[in-house]
Design a protein around this ligand. Sequence first.
Ligand code: IPE
Ligand code: IPE
Ligand code: MG
Length: 247
Amino acid sequence: MAVAADVDAQRLPQHVAIIMDGNGRWAQCRGLPRTAGHRAGMETVRRVVRCADDWGIRVLTLFAFSTENWRRPVTEVAYLMRLPGEYLRSEMDELMARGIRIQMLGDRVGVPALTLRAVERGVVQTAANPGMVLNFAFNYGGRAELVRTVRSIAKEVKNGQLSPETIDEQTIADHLDTRGLPDPDLLIRTSGEQRLSNYLLWQLAYSELLFVPKFWPDFSEMDFEMAMREFQHRQRRFGGVSVSNNG
Ligand code: IPE
Ligand code: IPE
Ligand code: MG
């Protein structure tokens, strides 16, 4: 889907982060098991990745599995652990053709070996691609990320590589899983829930928030377009007073 004529291509978000929520309820409404919702949700991932790439989005970050999602029934967790491999196997040709670069945010420790191997393979295979960065937040929690960040900074201080006085916001940003990437300009959460659920706590400090009252499997290209339009109507001020444009 190409950029609509009435959308200003110069004022699109560079980085879009999404909390893909509502798979379970989508399935429940249809009398299906929750796993059927996750399968349908994966189809939406395919559509939205294509769509974001067509719109020229530079970074797309998808919340696929949180550090808290381990609390779910083991069968559901096992199903979710299979999806990254399935997605990457079926989409790799297209991801390569589009030049999309896969990255993983989150703690690799704790992810089953098979899942991790599939993700790592995707990361390595696409590492030299010049196009959109597609981040999968998997076994990701904002607080856990901050803990890992603090630990790695503390190690550098201990080794004498860093002095405490020189630690600033950039130091922290440079140690997060998102190092090198701009902060999200826009956060979209589907399903109607209006909370962050421990997503990108540092990075979302000044993002525009958009809550869409639709379950993730129902999120369409039109919804993405509406999100872009809505973003262009927001006035971002970053604490200042001037009425600046987005982006
Ligand atoms: C989002 O859908 C997918 C994951 C969290 C993995 P949910 O599974 O949370 O769906 P609901 O919120 O229960 O409907
Ligand atoms: C957030 O959704 C995590 C993902 C989309 C992967 P949840 O469904 O886990 O969030 P809560 O439990 O409703 O806050
Ligand atoms: Mg949910």
